[in-house]
Design a protein around this ligand. Structure first.
Ligand code: LRH
Ligand code: MN
Ligand code: MN
Length: 388
């Protein structure tokens, strides 16, 4: 296995973007529980995101969701974030909370609905120009509940046309990332259900269009690291939405449900060059905390990503390649498992200290009094956006 000292230069390259919506209240279909100190404004969400970065050194940017995070002055919002040591990152377009889009947005049969959805994306590009954001992330709730409800084929044509119009509005340094999800809210057919469909569309668009892989968006049992390997091979993996799940799109803390899967994903990321200094792969969290405190939830998630990345970096790739070439099935598996079973927490803790960070970011944050402070300062916090 490699030593910890050997992997720190690569570990240094890891940055994980946090989502603004992680700090708001969210819930299940049955109940939204509120948490004391929930942010009331996007500025307060940024304040909370800054805490994650301050204590972990891992989360230098925050993703916005439009219109959940709409403001009048994005340049001012940008300065607000910068003053707190953060950048504004990916802009997520949201066409899933408006009555107009009941029967679809970018795929809608009604041209006026489609135009409204396209215009919303063009407005998102304007925002990106002000915030300096590189990525426009599109996830569509478009789909149907019953066979026969929609013309499946026509909707793919319509989608391709809508995406082409949006892509044409992007600047040379900007990208479009198209996120897929196999079901929900549509229960029969989703218009972008899988990586293949996303890949087909982004390939047609051009070099600056890529796939976004949300780890919670697959059928149970799907081999996600295979998708990672394939998309990196094709140069088309643009971004991750990290979260974990036991059943469907649970949006739980990253690595909570299946740390081994997270490890396997990071092994393929590293194998495919996704952590190299010249990589443009974006690592983001996409989580909604229902019952736990939001900031500690995010801290736990980014630390879990760091931990599994460290273990994946420890993997003795040379030995693995040799065992694979010799068809030594058990040795190859052993080599992979050796790195996975290595507890990197003590070494990560001392490494953090050499960088001026707390050895234990979670306890340092909890002892800082920030949670108590926001609980008394903020009254009437906001929902993340779901059902808002
Ligand atoms: C859809 C999704 C998508 C949205 C987010 C709030 O399930 O993963 O990324 O933007 O949730
Ligand atoms: Mn997502
Ligand atoms: Mn999701």
């Amino acid at each position: 296995m490699r030593t910890f000292a050997e992997i720190t230069p690569q570990l240094e390259n890891l940055a994980v973007e946090v989502p603004s919506w992680a700090y708001g209240n969210s819930g299940t279909r049955f109940k939204v529980f509120s948490t004391p100190g929930t942010p009331r404004t996007v500025q307060e969400k940024i304040d909370d995101a800054a805490q994650v970065h301050l204590h972990t050194g891992l989360a230098p940017s925050v993703a916005l969701h439009i219109p959940w995070d709409s403001v009048d002055d994005y340049a001012a919002l940008c300065r607000y974030a910068e003053d707190r040591g953060l950048r504004l990152g990916t802009v997520n377009s949201n066409t899933f909370q408006d009555d107009t889009y009941k029967f679809g947005s970018l795929t809608a049969a009604d041209p006026s609905v489609r135009q409204k959805a396209i215009d919303h994306h063009l407005a998102c590009v304007d925002i990106m120009n002000e915030t300096g954001s590189r990525d426009l992330k599109i996830w569509l709730a478009d789909g149907s509940n019953y066979p026969g409800q929609n013309d499946l084929r026509q909707r793919q044509e319509t989608l391709a046309e809508s995406l082409a119009t949006i892509y044409a509005a992007l600047g040379d340094e900007q990208r479009l990332v198209l996120e897929y999800k196999f079901f929900e809210p549509a229960f029969y057919a989703t218009d972008v259900p899988d990586w293949g469909t996303s890949y087909v569309h982004v390939s047609e668009l051009g070099d600056r269009a890529k796939v976004c892989l949300d780890t919670g968006h697959h059928a149970p049992g799907t081999n996600i690291e295979f998708i990672v390997a394939q998309l990196l091979r094709l140069g088309k993996l643009g971004a991750f939405d990290f979260n974990s799940r036991f059943y469907a799109d649970d949006d739980l803390i990253v690595g909570a449900a299946d740390p081994f899967q997270l490890y396997r994903i990071m092994v393929e990321v590293i194998r495919g060059g996704g952590l190299a200094p010249d990589s443009d792969l974006a690592f983001m969290l996409d989580q909604c905390h229902n019952i736990e405190d939001k900031i500690p939830g995010q801290i736990r998630s980014v630390l879990n990503v760091q931990e599994m990345t460290a273990r994946a970096l420890l993997l003795d790739r040379e030995a693995l390649t040799k065992a694979q070439a010799a068809n030594d099935v058990l040795a190859a598996n052993d080599i992979l498992m050796d790195a996975f079973y290595t507890d990197v927490r003590p070494e990560l803790a001392s490494w953090r200290q050499t960088k001026g960070l707390p050895a234990d970011p979670m306890s340092t944050f909890l002892e800082s009094g920030y949670l108590q402070q926001i609980a008394s300062d903020r009254v009437g916090g906001q929902q993340a956006g779901w059902g808002a």
